[in-house]
Write a protein that binds this ligand. Sequence first.
Ligand SMILES: [Fe+2]
Length: 248
Amino acid sequence: MNTETHAAMRACIRALSDELRARSASDRALEAFVTGIAEAEAGSDIHPGRSAPDHPAFPSLERALANVPAGWNLGDAVVSAAPRLDWFQVFNSDEIDPRLGRNMISAQLALRRDAGGARTVHAGLFLVGSDTDYPLHTHTAPEVYYCVSGRLTLQHGVEGQPFFLHPGEYSITPSERLHSLKTEDEPVLLVYIWLTGPHLENWWWSQEPDGSWARSQWTWRSDGRWVRLGSEPVDSDAMRRACGVGHR
Ligand SMILES: [Fe+2]
């Protein structure tokens, strides 16, 4: 990676860090992410490349970048960095809806492991093309989405009230909280932060024809392919926990 690209990535992390610090004064739930990004600012590994230079989502990325509000440090940093980054397809598996493969790409901004490898901070850009439904899922990592372009619809839990992210707005999804994402007629560009353990795992949840719920565990192999490890039924206690307070 050349030094200009590295500098552009660092500028994004610095701008993100400034925004998170400013907002954490009134939102203590952001503090862990402020700490994580400060660690990433101090030094970051480079993710092994999984480039997808001809990916069909690039026209959506261009549209999203054209819609980033001007005169905003984080937005300006993202617009400057995005064309230089190594973008890759988020979901790469024959078992996952091919529309998700076509519509979602990501690029790393920072990856910082603590000395023991027990905790990792991931930060990057996540492009979700228009008219995309990213279905209900959970992961151990708490997650921040910081919207840079477009309007994202998010839902926590099965019956939670959908809410929206516009540029400059963020969401915090706690560890193991069921959530889904949706876009409408424009692409959405997000900065994501994950605070993970040593592995990246996702559980995808779905309702069976008889009304019961099941979930499938997926993990990300080092070559970028997602692999399904298995499925299990979800009982009502697990469902309540995944939906957080207020699930009926
Ligand atoms: Fe998520």
